[in-house]
Design a protein around this ligand. Structure first.
Ligand SMILES: [Zn+2]
Length: 418
């Protein structure tokens, strides 16, 4: 059992890896922002630059938090993430990045974190995606009858939870087997990108969809479909300033095609930046300066926004490796509990364990959350016959040491955390 390969995000990632993916990279910009600056920007919402819905601080702090399914987001010096939600109500946890203290986003003693009166409650069904805008947390909650997603907002301390709107259920009805799901908030709209089976005349079509919807109550029918691509096997999106970058991978007649689009959310214009034959199936994008970095599942690619060239990062990866990108540091999962870290030129920075001692007996599944404040963050999952455990790890890239920040065990539906 211990020799079983650590699975990085089960089925979805396996598929992506098989199809050959990419990763996201970038320059030093994120690490240049010190904690003081981060705290200052997040705590001064009256700053006019912040109010101009630029959200630059949020963009910067979250640039490398590109984990699958948007499980992590940062506001100021607090990193928020959600557990997998298997067998229990998913929770929002928080890490104080200054002290590395980690806790459910709930101040109520004896709370079971099972309903919306709890700040850590993260909806009816996992997994839950998180994002942030103007210093507030947003998440997508699954709602039923009819099934769709509700866009919910809360204050960074878990208070003031509000359902803002529900996503258009005709478009969202592709939910059966979405292989990629992303949402972003900009100004007064929610932007949605996903890839999945779309039913048409009772036939499933592999389709990528991009649409926007006003961020207000009862806006379900006021959507604007911005892009639809058939034969899609993958998609990814990110917001950088007022630009939304989107890539779609397709397979048709055994040809892998890759396309990159830029949507200007202020001007409401779409531009195709690239469309060509390439075996690039990323599920994350990072935008840094004049580059887009595509990631998750080797190989990883970089794309120049100035000359529109696409190139593979020289990482010497196997096609089933998973790579995760930080500022000029790339994490490559090489074996259970072990990794390699290289810079963007492929130079080896570290090779060894990234899982701390106490977890090296467990049969772990790893869900990367991304990079911030000098650390790669991971959520690890381990199962026994009666229980499932979640372990939240930080892997520091200054000295390449790993730290277990929080463990949570769910047994017969009951939580045991600490
Ligand atoms: Zn609670």
């Amino acid at each position: 059992m211990r020799t079983r390969l650590l699975r990085f995000v089960p089925a979805l990632l396996l598929l992506l890896a098989l199809l050959a993916g990419c990763t996201t990279v970038s320059e030093e910009t994120a690490s240049n922002e010190g904690p003081d600056q981060a705290a200052q920007t997040s705590e001064s919402p009256s700053d006019p630059a912040q109010e101009a819905h630029g959200d630059d601080a949020l963009t910067e702090q979250n640039r490398f938090l590109h984990g699958i399914e948007q499980r992590a987001v940062r506001i100021g010096d607090v990193l928020y993430f959600t557990d997998c939600g298997a067998n229990h109500v998913p929770m929002i946890l928080a890490v104080d990045l200054k002290t590395m203290e980690c806790f459910p986003l709930c101040g109520k003693p004896e709370c079971e974190h099972k309903n919306s009166s709890c700040g850590a409650y993260a909806g009816n069904a996992g997994p839950v995606s998180l994002t942030a805008s103007q210093g507030r947390l947003y998440y997508l909650d699954t709602v039923f009858a009819p099934i769709t997603s509700a866009v919910c907002r809360m204050e960074p301390d878990g208070s003031g939870r509000t359902e803002i709107t529900r996503l258009n259920r005709d478009l969202e009805s592709t939910s059966d087997g979405k292989s990629y799901s992303w949402f972003g908030i900009y100004a007064d709209k929610v932007y949605r990108v996903f890839c999945g089976d779309y039913m048409e005349d009772a036939n499933p079509h592999e389709t990528a969809v991009f649409y926007s919807q006003p961020l207000e109550a009862d806006s379900e029918d006021r959507v604007e479909e911005l892009l639809r691509v058939e034969n899609a096997v993958g998609a990814a999106a990110c917001i950088d300033g007022h630009d939304l970058y989107l890539c779609v991978s397709t397979v048709q007649d055994q040809e892998n095609r890759f396309s990159v689009y830029a949507y200007d959310m202020d001007a409401e214009t779409m531009e195709t930046l690239y469309s060509g034959l390439a075996s690039c199936v990323p599920s994350t994008i990072v935008c840094v300066e004049d580059e887009l970095l595509f990631g998750y599942g080797a190989p990883a690619f970089r794309f120049s926004l100035s000359d529109h060239s696409l190139a593979e990062l020289p990482l010497s990866t196997n096609h089933d490796d998973v790579v995760m990108v930080g500022p000029n540091v790339v994490f490559i999962h090489s074996s259970p509990y072990e990794c390699r870290c290289v810079d963007y030129s492929g130079k080896l920075l570290y090779e060894g364990f990234y899982v701390p001692d106490e977890l090296r007996d467990a049969d772990l599944t790893c869900l990367p959350l991304g990079f911030t404040d000098g650390c790669f963050f991971f959520l690890m999952e381990s199962f026994t016959e009666e229980s499932v455990s979640y372990h939240f790890l930080a892997f520091q890239t200054t000295d390449y040491t790993a730290r277990l920040l929080y463990s949570l065990t769910v047994q017969n539906g009951n939580l045991f955390g600490g």
